[in-house]
Every structure is written in structure tokens, then in C-alpha cells.
Design a protein around this ligand. Sequence first.
Ligand code: ZN
Length: 196
Amino acid sequence: MFIEPSYQITSKKGWIEVICGSMFSGKTEELIRRLKRARIANLRVEIFKPVTDTRYHKEDIVSHNDNSIKSTPVDSSLKILLMANEVDVVGIDEAQFFDAEIVYVCETLATQGVRVIVAGLDMDYLAKPFGPMPPLMSIAEFVTKVHAICLVCGDHANHSYRIIADKSKILLGEKESYEPRCRKCFTEGMKKRNRV
Ligand code: ZN
């Protein structure tokens, strides 16, 4: 389990953490866990997410186990810089949906002494690297990859397998649209689909 460095309170140094993985891997739960611990330490915390993510309540980050924390939806990543005033910790959920400037935003905040915690899908439904996640993982001090459980074989899963026929890159949805799969079961599913 990730244990946060303890030097922020005294040294005011910033850094970037990335939490990535497939759907149902517990990314948001891990983000919430870290943000709640920061609040317990009396740090000032702000949380942002892209407006495209409207699956749940508009102003809450809500994870799949109903463990939620208040967040601000923003329509462009640069707004985070304007809105993150006087904060020690910035949390960003569903980062894969943000524009490319999110990398600059995270770097700027970290350089200013803010601890930035970013959660997002590392691969899309075709198992391709998703949006700004690869550069974010490159510039981060800490990267945590969390895993779901493959619904076919029970092994560790790091792929989001789309179980309905839809070819748009962004398809929000829950258990009716996706299931977590390991590499083998994902590949077998895609092969079978391409034959149909
Ligand atoms: Zn499997």
C-alpha cells in the first residue's frame, strides 16, 4: 500500500502521484483514501474532475463502493490552475478525459509546492494508452498501478473489456458496458469479436 512521504508539511515541496489501472480496479477508492488522510493531517485539499464524467452526482467523486468525496467539475484542465488557490493537495479523478494541458497543470502545481494526486484509466477499450495518462505517468514521482479481478478466469485484470458493441472511444458506463479482464481473456474476447 502507498504510504505518503511526510515531508510536505515542513518542506513545502510538491510532487505528482499517479494512480492508474483498468475499470473496477479501485483507482478512485485509492484516490479518496489518500485525500482523506491528507485532510486528517489538516492539509487543504481540492478535488477536480472533467465535466464529461456525469455518471454519478455532478459534484461528487463517487467510487464504486459509495465512498465519496466532494469535487469540482471543470471543462478544461487550465481552470484547475485558476481554481486551486491556497491548497496543499490537489486530487484529479478521471484524468484520461482531460486535454493535453493537464500535464502542464500538474507540473506547475507540483513546482509551486502542491502535492498532486492523479487517478485515471491507463488504457482505453482497445488496450491503447489513454489520452494524457502516459506523459503524466512519465513525469510523476510515484506511479501506482492497481488491478481488478478478471471476470473470466479470476486472475489479475488490467484491461477494460467492452461487452457491448460500440466503437466510440468514450463510452461511460458501469457493469452493463465493461468488465475487467486479464491480458489473455481480453485478447481471446477481441479475437472472437473480430471473427463475428
Ligand atoms: Zn482472465
